[in-house]
Ligand binder design. Structure first.
Ligand SMILES: Nc1nc(=O)c2c([nH]1)NC[C@@H]1CN(c3ccc(C(=O)N[C@@H](CCC(=O)O)C(=O)O)cc3)C=[N+]21
Length: 321
């Protein structure tokens, strides 16, 4: 396999495949994310110099779930690092639908804000769907508004915004296989609006032959073994084993699962993906780890979407990622 891989990665797991000695490429999501962030920084300062526009991101968080606060803090830190105006709205868990809607309305009409992210999940008494759909599509840097979903479905990537996690996974795919996936079979396991559906649309848009597999798919391992590009987003720890992987495939693991890790001590946990990494890495040519794969890219693509939105608002051509 003599594929040009334009991404930060380590190569390991040397083995014989017929006559050939092959290595598995492990994508370094942190480094690829850092390269995206460098592009965002440069575009942010260029936009400021050319148009006097300072890119602004607002992150809204409701309630006090510690994991959500940790994510939101890292988003705020990254936004500052990019040179953005970064505002965080922290609302109490008892916030009403009307109060949250009023905040979104205010952010929609604030010209210094180009991106709005409402951290999910919201407390149960709030209707997240109504809130998400009330964000102006051009400020919906999560890509969850139906207008953005529709633009992606119709192949309009020029004016739409794409959900951050699939956009990040697609950067890995492009840097491994190039822009044109003609002739390649891609299988996405999972059909959520947040990930599976947009991921499939992006792959299709790049000319891959796409299958969306899910919990009702018959003989899932056999379907996956057909994939040159296998993307797992099911939320089941280490489900994808080596015998699900076509030799030489690219495997992208979108799962983030916390499982007990008694080896680290009583009550300790560790993070694993939907792919049994060590096992699948014996067969794949390219694979992403968890942590350190798609996760860091999600935050980087949020920054990318925000600077894209700011360019569009200023009538400037946005950077590409
Ligand atoms: N409106 C909205 N948009 C989101 O994009 C959104 C959200 N709500 N709610 C929560 C999820 C989760 N999410 C992650 C981002 C980065 C990592 C990440 O960087 N993970 C690290 C590990 C972090 C750790 O150690 O816990 C990694 O995979 O290497 C994970 C998860 C964005 N989300």
């Amino acid at each position: 396999m003599d594929r040009q891989i334009a991404l930060s990665a380590t190569r390991y797991n040397e083995r014989k495949q017929g006559q050939e000695t092959v290595l598995t490429t492990v994508i370094d999501g942190k480094q690829v994310a850092a390269s995206v962030i460098e592009t965002v920084k440069a575009a942010t300062s260029a936009l400021d110099k050319q148009s006097g526009v300072k890119t602004g991101l607002a992150v809204v968080i409701v309630g006090d779930d510690p994991a959500s606060h940790a994510y939101v803090n890292s988003k705020g830190k990254m936004a500052k690092e990019c040179g953005f105006k970064s505002v965080q709205h922290t609302l109490p868990a008892e916030t009403t639908q009307e109060e949250l809607a009023a905040l979104v309305t205010a952010l929609n009409s604030d010209p210094s804000i180009h991106g709005i992210l409402v951290q999910l999940p919201l407390p149960k008494h709030l209707k997240s769907e109504l809130i998400i759909q009330s964000i102006l599509p051009e400020k919906d840097v999560d890509g969850l508004h139906v207008v953005n979903a529709g633009k992606l479905a119709t192949g309009d990537l020029e004016t739409g915004l794409v959900s951050c996690t699939p956009a990040g996974a697609m950067v890995f795919v492009r840097r491994t296989h190039g822009e044109d996936l003609s002739g390649l079979n891609a299988v996405v396991i999972g059909r959520s609006n947040l990930f599976g559906k947009p991921m499939a649309q992006l792959l299709l848009n790049a000319n891959a032959t796409v299958t969306i597999a899910h919990s009702r798919t018959k003989d899932l391992p056999a379907v996956c073994r057909n994939a040159d590009i296998l993307v797992a987003a099911v939320g089941r720890p280490e489900m994808v084993k080596s015998d699900w992987v076509k030799p030489g495939a690219t495997v992208i693991d979108v799962g983030i699962n916390r499982i007990p890790a008694p080896e680290k001590g009583e009550g300790k946990t560790r993070l694993v993906g939907d792919v049994a990494f060590e096992d699948a890495a014996k067969v794949a040519a390219v694979i992403t780890p968890v942590p350190g794969g798609v996760g860091p890219m999600t935050i980087a693509m949020l920054m990318a979407n925000t600077v894209i939105a700011a360019h569009r608002a200023a009538g400037q051509t946005p950077p590409t990622f």
